[in-house]
Design a protein around this ligand. Structure first.
Ligand code: MG
Length: 344
């Protein structure tokens, strides 16, 4: 809220800004941020609920193509997070938006996938087929447990015609399941790719289509993307020109942060979502660039060796200092000596 004195007033302004200062919409990933499998992640729902109370809209972005926006919203409400289907952006929605830019309205589209994808393609006014014999003008492909050889073969037959467009909801190679890791949509797209020798347009993160759709739908002027993966959430946000926060409650940890390539670097690194509304310390960088301090944590670059000068009280500040030092060094991580303590 623009006139909320706690956030922006001249009298109680904190010397350090929080990641949420001036943000009007949070675009958050779900798995690894709000929940891990069936377990809620501590503090996440509370932190995002507080942001909502302060007038910030929270949009939920998921690459998962097998669930509808309504079923995602229902799951989140069960965790105590008050959102509706309209707050959820799925990769099938972004795929349909891409499709609309490629083919005429009402065109015949071959769908490889399940109900979530069929519902979105239908909602957008396209005709749906499951057979290449009907001569569809496009193939849209998303994951569903029932996708098998027959659906992949129909897609391949249709895509043999070069003019037929191909859109994939996402390229996640794997899909974590309760019983282990299973092949994801990227793996199934790859099977079709092997047969047809070309690649689809991709809607899901790290491509920017989902973020573009989110900015449009929520009329975001100053969004912040939040995610647990550098190679999808953060890379996608950077491609879409949206500042981002990596939260260390999911897939990526200190090791991935320190090694992050330029395109996968977040603006903020958070240990959990409470830090969204806490002052975020700006790193102090020495003139030569060889020393970086974040609060009471300090690191120094000596030749190609990273040294810990002061551990400080909070591990997250040490990681923030070390990542700033390493990212600014211009030297790839494999050419640096990095103390194990920084990434274990
Ligand atoms: Mg995630």
């Amino acid at each position: 809220m623009a006139n909320d004195p706690r956030r922006r007033g001249p009298f109680r302004r904190s010397p350090e800004r929080t990641p949420l200062d001036d943000v009007d919409v949070i675009l958050t990933d779900l798995d690894g941020v709000l929940y891990a499998g069936s377990e809620p992640i501590p503090h996440a729902v509370q932190a995002l609920t507080e942001a909502q109370r302060n007038g910030i809209r929270v949009g939920c972005l998921t690459n998962n193509a097998s669930r509808t926006d309504e079923s995602v919203a229902r799951h989140l409400r069960q965790l105590g997070f008050d959102v509706s289907a309209g707050d959820v952006i799925t990769s099938p929605q972004a795929a349909v938006r891409l499709l609309a830019g490629l083919v005429e309205p009402g065109s015949l589209v071959l769908v490889v996938g399940g109900d979530g994808l069929v519902a979105e393609v239908d909602k957008a006014g396209f005709e749906i087929t499951r057979s290449a014999d009907d001569r569809p003008v496009a193939v849209v492909q998303g994951f569903a447990p029932e996708v098998g050889w027959r659906q992949l073969a129909e897609a391949s037959f249709a895509l043999a015609e070069e003019s037929v467009h191909w859109v994939a909801t996402n390229m996640d190679w794997t899909l974590p399941q309760a019983r282990g890791v299973a092949p994801g949509n990227g793996t199934l797209v790859s099977a079709v790719h092997t047969a047809v020798g070309r690649l689809p347009a991709v809607a899901g993160k790290p491509e920017r289509a989902m973020y573009d759709l989110a900015v449009e739908r929520f009329r975001a002027r100053s969004p912040l993307a939040v995610g647990d993966r550098l190679d999808t959430d953060i890379l996608g946000a950077n491609r879409a020109g949206i500042p981002s926060a990596l939260v260390l409650t999911g897939i990526d940890g200190a090791k991935q942060v320190l090694a992050a390539g330029e395109e996968e670097r977040p603006r903020y690194v958070l240990s959990d979502l409470r830090e969204l509304s806490q002052p975020y310390p700006a790193p102090r960088i020495s003139r030569s660039g060889s020393v970086v301090e974040v609060r009471d944590a300090s690191v120094r670059l000596e030749g190609d060796a990273v040294r810990i000068v002061a551990r400080g009280q909070r591990r997250i500040d040490l990681l923030r200092a070390a990542s700033t030092l390493i990212w600014n060094s211009g030297t790839p991580i494999y050419a640096l000596q990095v103390p194990e303590e920084l990434y274990t």
